[in-house]
Design a protein around this ligand. Structure first.
Ligand code: ADP
Ligand code: MG
Length: 504
């Protein structure tokens, strides 16, 4: 099991003209449910489809159309809640959040304000080995996504694409427990990792399938501790919310910028207005979108088209029993089972597909060696080629085959690297390649001895030097390797060189 002894990372402080400031951050992560159909209609959710081709009458809000809840989406929200160690609410209900916007044909969004499907949970955010923070999750609710307005296709007109309208989102709301830009990124990374392990969201931030609204405030050292003790928000500063961040890098820059903007206002004797802001990455600044005063009254009320959602504990238990091994547990197991470092286990478990690939390679083999090859050789090579593991030209079976050839002493580590390159570019069965191209290691001591004897005979001066200084014997090892095209078994060569030149 995971060792939960850790120390909390220090909050980020920013030195102002009037003293130090600390950051307080709470995140609302919107994660698109990995479902083929939308939350209340059977329309497809395929990304990149022809505009307005994935729109049912329900999504287009045709008169008289009724939403029908998609059970699969509900199940994914429950799975997500269980993965975040959260309480599952057997009773939840949908509300209408009313507002007008061209990309919202219904005139309201169906969401869960008063009775979300998932209650309090937590996420362990590890900043470095042994240094971690627990970020509390306040709730997760299910809601519909809106469509997309397209303003850049025509100088005089705007268009709307409703493909996204009605797609299921999980909104994961954290408590304001995040204390700096790096932690915010680590938190989103961890959420994304867990969702991908669970298979409930593909985590594709570029496509907007995972995005975050970031709430930022600043306070004086000591104030956050008062908030923690009382849970009274009055001890915290007024927050601003930065909308729709779908890049880790921009999110961190936006937080840093926003905190400095607030500090400047406060140090100038002003006060921060609670407002929604947008980050502009080109200018590295946030701009006001709307203030709390202008905030719309959404006239929330229970959606009359949908019955409250009542689920059974037995169903929740069934989903819980089917949960996969999650990142923290997998990482701890990799350390325990394969004897690898915490760091390596972190690298190998960062993504669920990487971890599965590694386990396929390591199965029945030396785990530490497998870890080295997967991390250094395979990941290194993939990175150079800008490929992801699912596009790897080398399969787990092929890489395992290379390791087997090393384990049986058929090839040396050096030849294995060459073999790796061959399999990478040409494909094929590693064992066959070694056989066909005569890459087998020479373990026949007779052949090695003959090569060594010739080198000794040809280099009397070197022999004298090596006898006086055993450290120079390495030169002979190198020469034998060269003479045998790198195929001599290094262990056998070392032994023979030692026997013939050593002990002097
Ligand atoms: P709203 O209904 O206005 O969106 P919520 O209670 O849902 O307000 O809070 C939204 C987010 O703001 C949550 O993630 C919460 O943790 C965060 N938050 C609340 N207070 C602060 C604060 N003082 N500083 C930073 N984040 C905060
Ligand atoms: Mg909110």
């Amino acid at each position: 099991m995971l060792d939960l002894t850790f120390t909390e990372p220090k909050p980020k402080t920013i030195a102002g003209a009037t003293g130090d400031w600390e950051l307080v951050i709470g995140l609302e992560v919107h994660a698109q449910v990995a479902s083929n159909a939308k939350l209340f209609s059977g329309a497809s959710t395929t990304f990149g489809a022809e505009p307005n081709s994935n729109v049912s009458f329900v999504d287009a809000a045709m008169p008289g159309m009724l939403p029908v809840i998609n059970e699969y989406c509900v199940e994914q929200a429950v799975r997500t809640g269980l993965g975040l160690k959260a309480d599952i609410n057997l009773f939840s209900a949908f509300d209408r959040k009313n507002y007008f916007y061209p990309d919202l044909p219904q005139g309201y969004q169906i969401s869960q304000l008063y009775h979300p499907i998932v209650g309090e949970g937590e996420v362990l955010v590890e900043m470095e080995p042994g240094v971690a923070r627990i970020v509390r999750v306040e709730r997760i609710h299910l809601e519909q996504d809106a469509g997309k307005s397209v303003h850049d296709m025509d100088p005089n007109m705007s268009f709307v694409d409703l493909n996204r309208t009605g797609v299921a989102l999980m909104e994961i709301v954290s408590r304001p427990d995040i204390r700096g830009p790096e932690e915010a990124a680590a938190y989103v990374t961890k959420i994304r990792q867990i969702l991908r392990y669970l298979g409930t969201c593909d985590g594709n931030m570029q496509n907007g399938n995972l995005r975050a609204d970031v709430n930022v405030s600043v306070c004086r050292p000591g104030d956050y501790e008062k908030y923690q003790a009382t849970q009274d928000f009055d001890h915290l500063g007024t927050r601003c919310e930065i909308k729709n961040m779908n890049s880790m890098r921009f999110m961190q820059a936006a937080i840093e910028h926003e905190a400095r903007r607030q500090i400047a206002i406060l140090e100038d004797g002003g006060s921060v207005d609670q407002e929604t802001r947008l980050y502009d990455p080109d200018k590295n600044e946030t701009r006001s979108m709307r203030s709390k005063e202008e905030a719309q009254d959404y006239r929330y009320f229970p959606c009359p088209d949908l019955l409250p959602l009542e689920i059974e504990q037995a169903w929740v238990d069934e989903i819980a029993a089917g949960l996969p091994e999650l990142p923290d547990a997998k990482k701890a197991r990799f350390v325990a089972d394969y004897g690898m470092t915490d760091y390596d286990a972190g690298v190998l478990t960062a993504d669920v597909t990487d971890a599965a690939f590694f386990e396929d390679v390591a199965k029945g083999r030396n785990g530490k060696l497998a870890a080295n090859w997967v991390i250094n050789d395979l990941f290194g090579r993939l990175k150079k080629a800008e490929l992801s593991i699912s596009d790897s030209p080398i399969s787990a079976e092929q890489l395992g085959g290379i390791l087997d050839l090393m384990a049986s002493d058929a090839i040396s580590g050096k030849i294995a690297k060459e073999l790796f390159e061959i399999v990478w570019t040409e494909g094929g069965d590693p064992a066959k390649i070694v056989e066909e191209r005569g890459m087998k290691q020479v373990t026949d001591t007779g052949a090695i001895e003959a090569a060594l004897d010739k080198i000794i005979a040809d280099n009397p001066a070197q022999v004298e030097k090596a006898k006086a200084n055993p450290k120079l014997a390495g030169w002979f090892v190198g020469q034998v390797m060269k003479a045998t095209g790198g195929k001599a078994n290094p262990k056998a060569v070392n032994q023979l060189v030692g026997k013939k030149l050593g002990g002097a």
